[in-house]
Write a protein that binds this ligand. Structure first.
Ligand SMILES: [Mg+2]
Length: 97
């Protein structure tokens, strides 16, 4: 059975790829760059006419840009010693019902 992805697993996975505290600034700039790319795609999607055949491609790109934003958010959490799950629960008062 497929196991769910958790924030904890994401943080471990990402830490094996990008985890240099000396690159904090670079990671932050990369995060902002990815937010910019996502913003561009959301803007394109907003301007699209209903039924336009390019909508599917834009939706796919929005998915990918969101994954990029999440990736660098997780990198930033790691290099700043933030436990994202704990922070999210604390901030939103999230309850698993
Ligand atoms: Mg991107």
């Amino acid at each position: 059975m497929k196991q769910p992805v958790t924030l904890e697993k994401l943080q471990k996975f990402v830490s094996k790829r990008d985890n240099k505290k000396s690159k904090k600034n670079d990671y932050f700039l990369k995060f902002i760059e990815e937010v910019g790319e996502l913003s561009e795609m959301i803007n394109k999607d907003r301007k699209m006419n209903p039924g336009d055949e390019r909508m599917k491609a834009i939706k796919h790109t929005i998915d990918e840009e969101m994954a990029d934003v999440l990736y660098y958010l997780v990198v930033l959490a790691n290099v700043n010693d933030v436990n994202l799950e704990e922070a999210f629960i604390r901030k939103t008062e999230y309850r698993d019902r």
